[in-house]
Design a binder for this molecule. Structure first.
Ligand SMILES: Cc1cc2nc3c(=O)[nH]c(=O)nc-3n(C[C@H](O)[C@H](O)[C@H](O)COP(=O)(O)OP(=O)(O)OC[C@H]3O[C@@H](n4cnc5c(N)ncnc54)[C@H](O)[C@@H]3O)c2cc1C
Length: 422
């Protein structure tokens, strides 16, 4: 009988079907009321709230606040690059609030911060690839540690006046339509603070649901792998066991054969190869092992092999499997956006939040980017999607500002005409 593996920060091992039925829950970390005290500088001085003074540059606002609030505005950083956020003052309102500070969220925030938009990133600090040693296939930063890459991204966002805080957004609420210029959302944090946002970008990523097998979660991203483009090169000289869990297993084994000459297909709970697949596997020298895997053989913090239910042992240096990538869509559900099943033909890959190619959703003012909408996207693609969403949000805000200006302009003309007539 399968046993759930220990839960790590963002990886769960449990029954796929029950996960699919239940839907994503990772972001629904609390049902706290969003009427919590608005986040603000405790001084209450206007100088601490540049939006009240009509300041257009978030950088300027940030410097002003730093001088007058008597506390550091930006979080200090620890060695791992995680925001500490001991005394992080938040404004009451931002042009853009980004929930999730992985590649997608930070790229979006960099775009809006560079566009002189007051930008807040709220990030729980657990990028999906955190267990891995390095980010691969990321041009210009090949092999950089996952946490180091986001730390670099955070520094870039902050250099343009964006604010990045560690925290979990637990509520998101659509506000009454207040017309041009008005905020459209209120985002609540788990610590009880809340902020208003004219536009909202959600980049909360996915939760990887692993097959049920004791010890899998602990190996995830280290020697339990899923993506040959992320890790194939690193195990090219090793024996790679493909732990098949569906009909895709044989094709997965053939794919990994492109990197390693020694690939073993562990049939486990997956489908037996078709005649055509069996021929291809034989031609490529891929051994097929029938029978269910019951346990991992781990020694000195490394996978050495697997044990089958019938007691046989198979030696491998690394394992490959498929996770079910389930969008962390709790906040979006609160805003009326449901997740949808993501499938490739018959094969269910996970759940995502549908959006148009720019990340725009059916909720006005709400964008999504990265794995939450495209669970198969690698880091570079997630960053690119974040930038696209940030650009579209900026354009939307420019249009909104123009609508405010036009209304004021018309009002001034009307007043002028009334004075002439009087
Ligand atoms: C083990 C592993 C290794 C990988 N290696 C590679 C690789 O080498 N190269 C590659 O290109 N791709 C790799 N990937 C894929 C890569 O992880 C994703 O492409 C990337 O993480 C997607 O970025 P994202 O910004 O969409 O999501 P994430 O990076 O997952 O970021 C989402 C962020 O949102 C935060 N968050 C979630 N909910 C909330 C909330 N309610 N409030 C506040 N914050 C929240 C999370 O803590 C996290 O920091 C790997 C994936 C895995 C699983």
């Amino acid at each position: 009988m399968p046993v759930s593996a220990a839960r790590s920060a963002s990886v769960r091992s449990r029954r796929w079907r029950s996960a699919r039925r239940r839907g994503p829950t990772a972001s629904r970390t609390g049902e706290r009321s969003s009427s919590a005290t608005p986040a603000s500088c405790r001084s209450g001085k206007d100088a601490c709230h540049p939006e009240r003074l009509g300041a257009r540059s978030p950088r300027r606002g940030r410097e002003t606040a730093a001088r007058t609030c008597g506390g550091p505005v930006s979080a200090t950083r620890d060695v791992g690059g995680q925001p500490v956020g001991e005394h992080e003052e938040l404004r009451e309102q931002y042009d853009v609030v980004v929930v999730g500070g992985g590649a997608a969220g930070l790229a979006g925030a960099l775009t809006t911060a560079r566009a002189l938009r007051s930008t807040l990133v709220v990030d729980a600090g657990e990028p999906r690839n955190a267990p891995a040693d390095g980010v691969h296939n990321y041009l210009g930063r090949e092999g950089t540690g996952p946490r180091e890459l986001v730390a670099l991204g955070r520094a870039e966002v902050e250099a343009y006046g964006g604010q990045v805080v560690r925290g979990t957004a637990t509520t998101a609420e659509r506000l009454e339509d207040g017309g041009p210029g008005a905020p459209r959302f209120r985002v609540g944090l788990e610590d009880g603070r809340s902020v208003l946002a004219r536009r909202l970008l959600v980049t909360t990523g996915v939760e990887d649901v692993l097959p049920d097998l004791p010890g899998l979660a602990e190996r995830w991203g280290r020697d339990l792998l899923h993506c040959p483009f992320c890790h194939g090169r690193e195990v090219a000289d090793r024996v790679v066991g493909v732990l098949s869990v569906n009909a895709h297993g044989p094709d997965q084994a053939l794919m990994w054969r492109g990197w390693s000459e020694r690939v073993v297909l562990l049939q486990h709970t997956g489908a037996a190869p078709s005649a055509e697949q069996a021929e291809k596997l034989a031609a490529r020298g891929v051994e097929v092992v029938e029978g269910q895997v019951a346990a991992l053989d781990v020694a000195d913090d490394a996978i050495r092999g697997v044990r089958l239910a019938d007691g046989r042992a198979v030696a491998v240096d690394a394992l490959v499997t498929m996770s079910l990538a389930v969008a962390r869509g709790g906040l979006l559900a609160d805003l009326g956006l449901a997740t949808a099943e993501l499938a490739m033909g018959e094969l269910v890959l996970g759940e995502h939040v549908p959006a148009d190619p720019t990340g725009a959703t059916s909720v006005p003012g709400l964008w999504v980017a990265g794995n939450v909408t495209a669970p198969m996207a690698p880091v570079l693609t997630a960053a690119s999607a974040g930038m696209t969403a940030g650009s579209m949000i900026t354009k939307d805000l420019v249009d909104d500002d123009t609508a405010v200006a036009v209304a004021a302009h018309r009002g001034a003309l009307r007043l002028g005409r009334e004075r002439v007539t009087a």
